[in-house]
Design a protein around this ligand. Sequence first.
Ligand SMILES: *Cc1c(COP(=O)(O)O)cnc(C)c1O
Length: 424
Amino acid sequence: MAEAATNASLFERACAVTPGGVSSPVRAFRSVGGAPYFVARGEGPWVWDVEGRRYLDLVQSYGPAIHGHAHPRIVEAVRAAALDGSSFGAPTEREVLLAEEITGRVPGCDQVRLVSSGTEACMSAVRVARGATGRDRVVLFEGCYHGHSDGLLAGGGSGVATLGLPSSAGVPAGAVADTLVVPYNAVPAIGDDVACVIVEPVAANMGLVAPAPEFLPGLRDACDAAGALLVFDEVITGFRLARGGASAFYGVTPDLWCFGKVIGGGLPLAAFGGRRELMEQLAPLGPVYQAGTLSGNPLATAAGLAALEMLDDAAYDELAGRVARLGAGLTSAFAAAGVTAQVPVVGTLVGVFFVAEPVTDYAGARASADTGSYPPFMHGLLDAGVALPPGAYEILFPGLAHRDAEIDSVVEAVGEVAARMAAG
Ligand SMILES: *Cc1c(COP(=O)(O)O)cnc(C)c1O
């Protein structure tokens, strides 16, 4: 090795050998300008780039790192698991323990199947819904994100929204012919051809949009009336929002759930689950096929178990307290600087919009992104040593490693950046 790698030199090499220089488009800085920093390591709330610069990290892997980076208990669990072998193609005890842990948290979710990504979880939950109902149509909500499978990419939030794509090239019309996209926070008419309605119970891929009080109960009733299944995509809310996820938080029980992010403790792991008779539609018991070479991976289940074991009610109270502190701090920092902003908080979840009124749907989220305020905000904070996701449609991910001191230094940095933004 001649010279130490820099962010710029790595990005140049990355762009030569991988499209856009990134393994996932949300990591690119396309929508905010500039080039990504390359992370060398992380610890707790911090990451260091390859040039030795430290950032207070509010990206946190887009959710999985709820305990902060390299938490000693998770590191030890993965190390111990690796020593015993990393994948077998036969069942292991930790898969049972993790499935017991998840089903024990979520009333109504009798069984889960473990997979390796949220995309797989959502795609498979929809397949179960279609198989169980014998219907084809799927209803989803504008600005929600359910992974990048063909049929669920229509009207998607997160990365597709950030890149300004209506959907994706390469998705055949036939693949989305049975996908109906409707506005968030309005209960749609549900026909008797609908297999399922899939929803983020708290939308967190168009910034943070809380469900209106009547929205989730209304979906439950409308699905029941139409004989359709309700699927909660809890890939973000599942075990970030509350011990039992959003279904427990709101007291609305779907038929199927999708989990991911937090449940893998930072390793590739996700799950979908539901009532026993629905899940027994899956192979080997039933006619709905779904499989995975690395599903229930020993390292991932070890990390996920370690992460979930530390997430008791007290942990959620603690995190909600930190997030409330951050939300209140940001609201006053923006107000003091004279920057028009909304800082929605739902329990442990927090986002930022640059509009005057609370955002209730994708149109509102888009209006915020269209102000163009996010790129200077994000870059101002990055210069101040605080890392936010490089896209206006993402939420912030403070976790249990962000103590009050870190929260307060974020608020202080936001105050300074907001003052500069207001000064133009
Ligand atoms: C991240 C996310 C997914 C996709 O998960 P991957 O692991 O990235 O495939 C699906 N649904 C929601 C709500 C998500 O936030």
